[in-house]
Design a protein around this ligand. Structure first.
Ligand code: ATP
Length: 862
């Protein structure tokens, strides 16, 4: 990338966090800072949210201070950046920071930034990292707008909360407060602002955007800014990132922090469940969500709860809010359940908007059902602490997109909020997002509950429907006897988180509709041995939370004996089949599809649900199990990184599973903050390895002495036959000499994870439900067609008519913003059969992002 011209002043981009903290906010700040620096901007953080912006920077005697511009030297590089030294001059206290100042000064000797490249710089990140109390001690008192360098945000990825602080600011709700904020942005030369917060914070951002021309005019009129400043800052470039644990922002599927909060909730409820079952108790668990029931719905699905209360859909049945709940729990107890879990969102109410509180639910369960009931309010534990893999990746992708959006903004473009639809990062006009979010609250207030629900993302509504189907036992959905089916289910390949949750959904859906759920144990071998049974509603009750495969798996495909497999399908009268597994499941459906001519038994509708930690299924972006695996990888990497950091100058080469698919390595590297990643798709060449070694040498050489931290390199197990993990580790050790040493760690089967992540459990439920609906529709359509043909036609005609088209041998896939059924014939075109992976995958580009965030791209260019 070309250097910026020395004449053009660098853009100054600031990032702040506001409202309630959420896990992943630090990862977002890190991504914004790094991307801003990478794109040639000066990066700033604003401490304490809108409060910090309203206050601005003052010296201890109250005199306002502004941030002087950095100049560029002849090479186009910025002159040295040593904010702490500069601050010390201002405050006259250089001596009191002693060593820290010396270390910063040493780093500053090499401090330069140029578009597309960076040299690491410490600003005042250390002070921020140590917390607000120490930040004051370390010289940040009275200063809220702080210039930061690349290395200031090092190690922020796995930190919970927000290191730059957040606050609720009353003054910003007034025009006077917003004028002060505008003033502080302008006098500090900040021309782009990224705000990470919830709906309130982004409403504030929208207000600031809307009023900006008036605020600038008022400041000019009062003589607080110059004509030149008024012209230069005539337009506010602002972008929103949704950081909120409630997931309450309309127009985006998921917000930064929601996934981690859900993880914490599920961990708690999983623990509560075992004690509830031991004592045969009921528990009422309150979770966050004043206006939004997302956490309650998703936790309900993921933990297998019995009933939920949410603001968007108050109980609909009966004369009292408790009647439906009592019916549901009574039925469950009659079936023999020993535990009852009711989840209640903090904003729950009845249809007349009267609050429903946990103690009220407890009283009902105690007195009407005679259950020994306890209340648990999860409270602030839900804010999350350490972000999960999902929040780290989401925050990183969105942080990068936020910088791009704000730098591309023109006076004609709207201000955006960065969102997510399925797997696509989106830009939504801020004004629209805020309006839609406010409409949800307004619809609830007006008791238009269906309208409120419709404003949530489709996953929310689908989730709610799924929860009802799998948690309630009713006759209402049962099909007439002549439309009932025997639907088979089989697990293929290797275990992956979510397989059991999907099976539980399938069994319960079948029972809800009157079908028979026929489970096949131990794959196709089990089928040949008649290891088949029909499961009951209660039998699968605890399966949502169980890892591995309750049915058992192996890698044998149906071609172990096609004729015998066909005979067994016929013997067990299987009319539709759900197959859960990875590449083997795809191959199995393909084999059955390819042999439909020969074996009529294979002409039933067949759907595969991708489940594999490798995430190597073509045309599909996420397999069940890949999220669980990613979290296991990130947890392991955090521990390894800590060890590498404690040794100050160590590189850890971490080997991952994944077969010939580099997904888990690349996504893991992004989430764990690795500096390099090796994949089978790209392989490892001598030249590249040489450059990587040079990068590491430069990188460690630029570290401030004694402040170096460990670094991670992630290598997929099949990246190269020659450059094995051991060889790379030895090369790094040899080349690192006195700069760094190296160690290796192989994560092996730990990556299959223990308990499935909530996301995998939810995805399993949602996709399995769609698969069952698909199978039911196709099988009934085929049955109708067969019957129409039978009176006059032959048996062969009838068999031929039975579900025998390409669209009945499919896999359910997540593609961009959509969930689709792809035929195996189509999938085969996108598959690299030899390497058992997709020819092209969405995550291939993430490798470049890992290298950008790790500094490899910038330093490699120097
Ligand atoms: P959470 O989802 O955790 O509640 P939030 O961003 O919604 O996060 P709020 O307390 O609602 O949290 O808002 C944070 C700050 O944003 C407020 O303290 C205030 O400074 C600003 N803010 C909120 N609403 C407005 C508004 N209508 N106008 C101006 N500023 C606002």
């Amino acid at each position: 990338m070309a250097s910026s011209s020395s004449a053009a002043p660098p853009r100054r981009l600031a990032v702040m966090t506001s409202g309630g903290d959420s896990a992943g906010m630090n990862a977002a700040v890190r991504a914004v800072v790094k991307m801003a620096i990478f794109r040639g901007c000066e990066a700033f953080v604003i401490r304490e949210g809108w409060e910090g912006l309203v206050r601005g920077n003052h010296s201890p005697d109250g005199t306002p201070i502004t941030t002087p511009a950095l100049s560029r030297n002849n090479s186009g590089f910025f002159d040295s950046l040593d904010p702490r030294g500069r601050v010390d001059q201002q405050f006259g206290g250089a001596a009191q920071h002693g060593e820290a100042v010396a270390a910063t000064a040493a780093a500053a000797a090499a401090s330069t930034t140029v578009e597309g490249q960076f040299v690491p710089t410490y600003g005042e990140g250390e002070a921020l990292r140590e917390g607000v109390g120490e930040a004051q001690e370390l010289g940040l008192r009275g200063r809220y707008i702080i210039r930061v360098g690349w290395d200031d945000v090092r190690g922020w990825m796995d930190q919970g909360g927000t290191l730059i602080g957040t606050a609720r600011c009353k003054e910003f709700r007034t025009v006077e407060g917003r004028e002060k904020a505008a003033y502080n942005l302008i006098v500090n030369g900040i021309d782009a602002l990224a705000v990470c917060g919830g709906d309130g914070s982004l409403t504030g951002a929208d207000r600031l955007r809307a009023e900006w021309p008036d605020l600038v005019a008022s400041l000019l009129q009062k003589g607080r800014i110059t004509d030149e400043q008024a012209t230069r800052y005539a337009h506010l470039n602002i972008v929103g990132l949704v950081g909120s644990i409630d997931n309450d922002m309309a127009t985006t599927d998921i917000t930064i922090g929601a996934s981690t909060a859900l993880q914490r909730i599920c961990e708690s409820i999983d623990s509560i469940s075992s004690t509830a079952a031991s004592h045969s108790r009921a528990f009422v668990v309150e979770v966050m969500g004043r206006h939004c029931g997302w956490l309650a719905v998703m936790a309900g699905i993921a933990t297998g709860a019995d009933y939920i209360f949410i603001p968007e859909q108050p109980p609909q049945r009966g004369d009292h809010w408790s009647s439906e709940m009592c019916d549901v729990l009574r039925r469950h107890r009659e079936l023999g359940k020993r535990k009852s879990i009711v989840i209640i969102a903090e904003g729950a109410h009845d249809r007349d908007l009267n609050e429903i509180k946990p103690e009220m639910v407890k009283d009902v369960l105690t007195h009407e059902l005679g259950l020994d009931t306890r209340v648990t309010t999860l409270g602030h534990t839900q804010r999350g602490g350490k972000p999960d893999a999902n929040d780290r990746i989401l925050a990183t992708l969105q942080g990068v997109e936020a910088v791009n959006a704000v730098l591309e903004a023109t006076p004609e473009t709207p201000s955006y909020v960065i969102g997510m639809t399925e797997n696509k990062v989106t830009r939504i006009p801020l004004m629209h997002a805020v309006e839609q979010t406010q409409r949800v609250a307004a619809e609830i207030e007006a008791k238009n509950f269906d309208a409120a629900l419709a404003l949530r993302d489709p996953e929310f509504e689908e989730g709610l429907r799924a929860f009802k189907i799998i948690s309630q036992i009713t006759e209402a959905n049962r099909l007439p006897a002549d439309q009932r089916l025997r639907i088979g289910i089989i697990h293929i390949g290797a275990p992956a988180g979510g397989m059991n949750a999907a099976t539980r959904t399938m069994v319960r859906y079948c029972l809800d509709r009157g079908h028979e759920p026929v489970v096949i144990y131990n794959g196709f071998n089990g089928l040949l041995e008649d290891n088949v049974s029909v499961l009951s509603w209660l039998r699968v009750d605890n399966w949502a939370t169980r890892g591995g495969s309750e049915l058992g798996v192996n890698r044998n495909l149906p071609d172990i004996d096609l004729g015998a497999v066909a005979a067994k399908f016929q013997q067990h009268r299987i009319e539709a089949l759900l197959m859960i597994g990875g590449f083997e499941a795809f191959m199995s459906v393909k084999i059955l599809d390819d042999n439909r001519e020969r074996y009529p038994a294979f002409r039933m509708p067949i759907v595969a649900l991708p489940a594999t930690i490798s995430n190597n299924v073509p045309m599909n972006e996420f397999s069940l199990g890949s999220d669980t695996s990613l979290n296991a990888l990130v947890d392991a990497c955090d521990a390894v990184k800590q060890s590498a950091s404690a040794s100050r100058n160590r590189v850890f080469v971490v080997e991952t599973q994944g077969g010939r698919c580099g997904y888990i390595a690349v996504a893991g590297a992004l989430a764990a903050g690795a500096v390099l990643v090796y994949t089978p798709e790209q392989g490892i060449g001598l030249q590249q390895l040489g450059k990587d070694v040079e990068f590491l040498k430069k990188r460690f050489a630029l570290d401030v002495k004694g402040k170096s931290e460990g670094r991670l390199v992630i290598r997929n197990e099949k990246s190269s036959e020659v450059f094995t993990t051991e060889v790379i580790t030895k090369i790094l050790k040899e080349e690192g000499a006195s700069l760094f040493d190296s160690r290796s760690a192989s994560l092996g089967h730990t990556l299959q994870g223990g308990t499935p992540s909530p996301l995998d459990r939810i995805r399993a439920t949602r996709l399995a439900l769609k698969c069952c609906q698909f199978l039911e529709a196709k099988a009934l359509e085929s049955r109708r067609r067969t019957r129409r043909q039978q009176p006059g036609g032959s048996k062969a005609d009838a068999d031929g008519a039975a579900a025998y088209s390409d669209d009945t041998a499919v896999m359910i896939t997540i593609q961009g913003a959509k969930i689709c059924f792809a035929t195996v014939k189509e999938m085969a075109k996108h598959a690299d059969m030899k390497n058992r992976r997709a020819k092209k995958a969405w995550w291939h580009d993430l490798k470049a992002l890992v290298e950008l965030m790790g500094g490899r791209t910038g330093l490699g260019n120097l």
